[in-house]
Design a protein around this ligand. Structure first.
Ligand SMILES: [Zn+2]
Length: 317
């Protein structure tokens, strides 16, 4: 019989993964299926402080992906994959299996949202790919096809969650996520990212528009910024605003290319640094009663990625 739990503290740690996400073949690209294999192998060999619930995942429907994407764009990705693959932009290659992989990535994240809304889990880490936070409504870019986190936020809102907080600690700015909620006061988007760096958005003066003004918080960081700078921003800038927002659900765009060993960026977070950020979000989660769904974005040094994901899950409620 299924154990009853409550959102925001009494459920278990969860982990969502589907083999289907390995169908996205990228050749010699740094965003490779080896990333998920490294994480899953490490999960299988780790004993966490509490039990880890493995979520069974499903594919998303086109209607669910269309919560954040134009149907024409979804069709375009599908057709390109059916034709054997190609390039959505110069950085973003797709293979025959990429559409299916992307649909399952979204499905895993939506199942994770359901698991925390039902109280079955207090937190879920979703080891999925392709990543999502650069994907715009009608355009894939920066290794991203569909915006997993943005779709999850819209799905949760549709299912009655009033306020969603999105924390993006990837080294790159999540331009797609920012765009999705720029005028929306019900979804608070917070990003730390290296600047200057791809995609060039995420300046501190970008704070939202219209009713969404004040619900986007960008903290660009100089190359070389590490644990100390991140912790200061979390403690002094982000957490007071996050408390005041009173989120009912916390989504994390969990990118690990901000690790000091990552080959694609020049931030200097340590593995313990990620644990520190995850602990702060876990504390927030308990205080406001909002469960956590973390979704993998970047992270291209496999050992740093593996160790930092384990450290993140360990810190979660
Ligand atoms: Zn990134």
């Amino acid at each position: 019989m299924m154990e009853e739990g409550h959102a925001g503290g009494k459920g278990r740690k969860g982990f969502a993964f589907s083999e289907m996400c390995l169908l996205h073949e990228t050749g010699g690209h740094p965003e490779s299926k080896g990333r998920l294999r490294a994480i899953v192998d490490a999960i299988e060999g780790t004993r966490f402080s509490g039990p880890l619930e493995m979520l069974r995942c499903r594919s998303a429907s086109v209607d669910e992906v269309a919560l954040n994407h134009a149907v024409d764009y979804i069709d375009q990705v599908k057709s390109l994959c059916e034709a054997g693959g190609g390039y959505l932009d110069p950085d973003t290659v797709v293979s025959q299996g990429s559409f299916e992989a992307a649909m399952w990535a979204v499905g895993c994240v939506l199942d994770a949202v359901t698991a925390v809304m039902d109280g079955r889990c207090s937190s879920v880490f979703c080891a999925v790919r392709p990543p999502g936070h650069h994907a715009l409504r009608s355009r894939g870019m920066g290794f991203c096809l569909f915006n997993n986190v943005a779709i999850a936020a819209k799905y949760a809102r549709k299912r009655g969650i009033g306020r969603v907080l999105i924390v993006d600690w990837d080294a790159h700015h999540g331009n797609g996520t920012q765009e999705a909620f720029y005028e929306d006061p019900t979804v608070f988007y917070f990003s730390t990212h290296q600047s200057p760096l791809y995609p060039g958005t995420g300046m501190a003066h970008e704070t939202g528009k219209g009713p969404g003004l004040g619900y986007t918080l960008n903290c660009p960081l100089s190359p070389g910024s590490g644990d100390e700078e991140f912790c200061r921003i979390y403690d002094e800038v982000f957490l007071p605003k996050a408390h005041a927002f009173r989120p009912e659900l916390i989504l994390i765009s969990a990118g690990y290319d901000s690790h000091r060993l990552d080959p694609l960026a020049s931030l200097r977070l340590s593995t313990q640094g990620f644990q520190g950020l995850a602990s702060r979000i876990a504390e927030l989660s308990k205080e406001v009663g909002a469960p956590i769904v973390a979704v993998l974005e970047g992270g291209y040094n496999l050992s740093a990625l593996r160790d930092s994901v384990i450290a993140t899950i360990e810190a979660f409620p």
